[in-house]
Write a protein that binds this ligand. Structure first.
Ligand code: OAD
Length: 370
C-alpha cells in the first residue's frame, strides 16, 4: 500500500493563514479553537475549509443507486454479490458500552455527564492538554478508573474480527482507547487506534518525545499524588498515556493511512459514534462515492447537514444513492448482519471461544486465494 502524508505546501499555507488570523487577534479567548485548527492545519486541512464546512452543507454530485435496498438486507446482498474485500470500519464508544464502559455523550450515563467531582470548567477539559498541564490530578484519577484490563470485547468487536478472518476487512479505525479490538484478536496492522491507547506513555511537551514505560506510569498512579509528582520530577515533565487529547495531533499512522484506505474501500461500516470529533468524523466524507456506507447506532449521526459529505440516509429518492441507517445497538446490528450473510455461527464461535475459534474465509476470498 502506498503511503500518503499531507502535502507540505498545503500545510504551510494553512499554517500561514492561521498565523495571519492570530495576528488579527481572532483567537483571543479562543485558544482551544486555535489549537484544534493548528492540529488540522498540520494535517493539511485549511482553516477556510473548516469554516466553510461549519457554515453551509456541501452539495455532492448525485449517482445512480449502488444498493438494491437502503437497509441492512441491501448491505448484506451488496457484500455477497459484489464480493466485498475492502471493508473499512469506523467505531466509537458505543461498541464498548455493552462491555460496561460508558460512552462520552449519552445524556445521563455518558462520561461527560459524570465528571462533577472534578469541578471542570467544561466536561471535555479532562482531555485538554492545557487543562492537564495545570491540573493533572483530575485526569490521573480518571485514568486509574479507565485503565484497560477489566473489560471483555463485545459481539461488535468480534464482528470486526470476523470481517478480518473472512478476509474482507481493509482496516478498522477506532476512537476507543480501551484496546478491546486487539483483545478480540484483531491484528495490529488492521487497526488504527485514532485516539491512541494505554499501550505507551510519554512526557508531554518534549521534542523529540521522551517515551516512558506505561507500567511505570501505572505504578506511579497507583501511589496517588505523591507517585505522579515523583514521576514528573524523575522524567522532567508530566507523563501521560499516549491517548490523544484535544489540542494534540492524531497518531502518524492515522495521517499516513486514512486517505488511501477510504479511497479504496468498497464498503464503510460506522458503529457506535456520535461523529462529532474531528478529524475522525471527517473520514465518512472521504469514502469513495461508489462505496455504500452504513451507520449502526442508537442515534442518527454524521448526516450531510452537519458533516462535509456526510450520510444522506435521511434524504429521499435520488438524493441518497448509498447510505443506510440501522437504528439500534451495535451488538444486535452486527449479529443481524452476520445472520444475513450466513456467518452467525462463525460469529458465535468467536464470541464463545473469546477469539480462539478459526473461521473459513468468505467464499469469494477463498476462490481468489486458491
Ligand atoms: P460519543 O459518546 O460521543 O457517542 C457514542 C454514540 O454511540 C452515541 O451516538 C450513542 O447513542 C451511541 N451508542 C452508545 N451505546 C451504543 C450501543 N450499545 N449501540 C449503538 N449505539 C450506541 O462517543 P464517540 O463518538 O466515540 O475523544 O466520541 C468520540 C470522542 O469524543 C472520543 O474518542 C473521545 C471523546 O472526547 C478523546 O478522548 C480524545
Amino acid at each position: 500500500m502506498s503511503e500518503e502524508t499531507p502535502d507540505s505546501e498545503e500545510v504551510q499555507s494553512a499554517l500561514e493563514y492561521l498565523e495571519m488570523l492570530k495576528e488579527g487577534n481572532m483567537f483571543v479567548g479562543k485558544e482551544g479553537m486555535l489549537e484544534q485548527l493548528t492540529r488540522l492545519a498540520k494535517q493539511g486541512v485549511h482553516p477556510l475549509e473548516v469554516f466553510q464546512s461549519m457554515r453551509k452543507p456541501v452539495q455532492e454530485e448525485k449517482m445512480p443507486p449502488v444498493l438494491s435496498s437502503f437497509d441492512m438486507e441491501g448491505i448484506a446482498r451488496y457484500i455477497a454479490d459484489k464480493g466485498c474485500k475492502q471493508v473499512v470500519v469506523m467505531c466509537g464508544a458505543g461498541i464498548s458500552t455493552s462491555a460496561g464502559i460508558p460512552d462520552f455523550r449519552t445524556p445521563g450515563t455518558g462520561l461527560y455527564d459524570n465528571l462533577q467531582r472534578f469541578n471542570l470548567p467544561q466536561a471535555e477539559s479532562i482531555f485538554e492538554l492545557n487543562f492537564f498541564r495545570k491540573n493533572p490530578g483530575a485526569f490521573y484519577e480518571l485514568a486509574r478508573e479507565m485503565w484497560p484490563g477489566n473489560f471483555e470485547p463485545t459481539p461488535a468487536h468480534y464482528f470486526v474480527r470476523l470481517l478480518n478472518d473472512k478476509g474482507i476487512l481493509l482496516r478498522c479505525y477506532s476512537q476507543n482507547i480501551d484496546s478491546l479490538e486487539r483483545r478480540a484478536g484483531l491484528p495490529a496492522e488492521k487497526l488504527v487506534a485514532a485516539h491512541g491507547n494505554f499501550d505507551e506513555a510519554h512526557v508531554i511537551d518534549t521534542e523529540p518525545e521522551i517515551k516512558v514505560d506505561i507500567n511505570e506510569l501505572k505504578a506511579a498512579l497507583d501511589k496517588g499524588e505523591e507517585g505522579w509528582r515523583a514521576l514528573k520530577d524523575a522524567k522532567g515533565g508530566l507523563v501521560k498515556p499516549k491517548i490523544v487529547f484535544f489540542g494534540e495531533e492524531l497518531p502518524e499512522r492515522f495521517a499516513r493511512l486514512h486517505r488511501q484506505d477510504l479511497a479504496t474501500c468498497d464498503l464503510l461500516i460506522v458503529m457506535g459514534t456520535s461523529l462529532v470529533v474531528q478529524p475522525f468524523a471527517g473520514l465518512v466524507g472521504y469514502a469513495t462515492r461508489t462505496a455504500p456506507r452504513m451507520l449502526i447506532n442508537r442515534d442518527r449521526a454524521g448526516t450531510c447537514d452537519s458533516l462535509k459529505f456526510g450520510f444522506r440516509f435521511h434524504l429521499e429518492g435520488e438524493d441518497n444513492w448509498r447510505d443506510v441507517f440501522h437504528e439500534g445497538d451495535c451488538d444486535a446490528g452486527c449479529t443481524a448482519l452476520a445472520e444475513l450473510l450466513g456467518w452467525d455461527k462463525d460469529l458465535q464461535a468467536l464470541i464463545d471461544s473469546k477469539g480462539q475459534a478459526s473461521v473459513y474465509r468468505a467464499p469469494w476470498v477463498e476462490a481468489s486465494e486458491t
